[in-house]
Design a protein around this ligand. Structure first.
Ligand SMILES: *Cc1c(COP(=O)(O)O)cnc(C)c1O
Length: 360
């Protein structure tokens, strides 16, 4: 088996160990006589898989008891609507911090439901930083404050957790969840599409404080109401069972490998090595303010954009895949989530140095 280093922003690499375990368990899950894919979501086998996954995620993130963990569908993009539908609770507006492409999508969706106050924006700098706490213009009467702790496309990350003075903080953590320990109690809602750092696409994890459940308006569609999913243990309808199972295998893998403290150290080392290689070259550049550089998504440009296609072709030859930058940014982007081994980052750095020698 020749596994390449896949730098895709999502769906992204999964740990090889997890894939091999899934392969072994694929036709007959632990003597059940069937694949997890074929199991009723209400069977005791699947319920045990689901409960173990939730318990492991709670342990990894130290989720307090007064938070519910929901395993939903619809991606982070559905949460752009579910957040206002559930959290407005009679209020007319919410605060949004605009730090890039994903913030903007969340804002556009929220505008269908409420007045959006842009409480801070780094648009003027081309989204190469995030607004500082003292630059935020927060409305104390807002229903909630929404932020995007890691902007997957721009490679920009908050170096702090916004202080909101008691207004619930909502975070789209799609591309940063599980990259390091976090203090869940700082947030009202955390949501994440699974396909970056949790598991396969199709699953969306929502961690929501209990007092924020149950406030959706009566005409909210059931599938968009947190209380419906919370009451049904995320089994109001058929959940994405196989993705939930695979996420559970990833959580077990994280626990075997030292949990999020260990991930944070590895992720910091990977990111620092790659940014150092970029900064110390005369050929590659990353525009993001140093304190706001993402550990997970590292965009970079070549001194001569005419070499982009050659770079990508030669990288592919070297087993380094999916490095093309997002069309809105250009250049390259290396996504280095938990499942990207340090050896993959080292291989990329070596390739980049060699490419610079040949063409720079
Ligand atoms: C990928 C991504 C999304 C979109 O997720 P879907 O699951 O495709 O809806 C939203 N926000 C962020 C920060 C992302 O990285």
């Amino acid at each position: 088996m020749a596994r390449a280093y896949n730098f895709s922003a999502g769906p992204a690499m999964l740990p090889e160990e997890v894939l091999l375990q899934a392969q072994e368990e694929l036709p007959d899950w632990r003597g059940s006589g069937m694949s997890v894919m074929e199991m009723s979501h209400r069977s005791k086998e699947f319920v045990s898989i689901a409960e173990q996954a939730e318990a492991d995620l709670r342990e990894l993130l130290a989720v307090p008891d007064d938070y519910r963990v929901l395993f939903l569908q619809g991606g982070a993009s559905s949460q752009f609507a579910m957040v206002p539908l559930n959290l407005l609770r009679g209020k007319s507006g919410a605060d949004y911090i605009n730090t890039g492409s994903w913030s903007k999508k969340a804002i556009a969706e929220a505008r269908k439901f409420c007045e959006v106050n842009i409480a801070g924006s780094s648009e003027a700098s081309g989204f190469t930083s995030v607004p500082a706490q003292d630059e935020l213009n927060l409305n104390p009467d807002a229903a909630y404050v929404h932020c995007t702790p890691n902007e997957t496309i721009g490679g920009v990350e908050f170096p702090y957790v916004p202080e909101t003075g008691g207004v619930p903080l909502v975070a789209d953590m799609s591309s940063t969840i599980l990259s390091r320990p976090i203090d869940v109690s700082r947030y009202g809602v955390i949501y994440a599409g699974a396909q970056k750092n949790i598991g396969p696409a199709g699953l969306t994890v929502v961690i929501v404080r209990e007092d924020l459940i149950g406030g959706a308006a009566a005409d909210t569609p059931a599938m968009f109401d947190y209380s419906v999913h919370a009451e049904a243990g995320s089994m109001y309808n058929t959940p994405p069972t196989y993705a939930w199972y695979l996420a559970g295998l990833v959580f077990q893998w994280l626990k075997r490998n030292g949990g999020l403290e260990a991930m944070a150290q590895i992720n910091r080392r990977k990111a620092e090595a790659l940014y150092d290689a970029i900064d110390n070259s005369g050929f590659y550049a990353n525009p993001v303010d140093k304190p706001c550089r993402s550990w997970m998504n590292v965009p970079f440009t070549l001194a001569d954009p005419d070499l982009d296609a050659t770079f990508l072709a030669e990288a592919k030859e070297a087993g380094l895949l999916t490095l093309k930058g997002h069309r809105s940014v250009g250049g390259m982007r290396a996504s280095i989530y938990n499942a990207m081994p340090e050896a993959g980052v080292r291989a990329l750095i070596e390739f980049m140095a060699g490419f610079e020698q040949r063409y720079g």
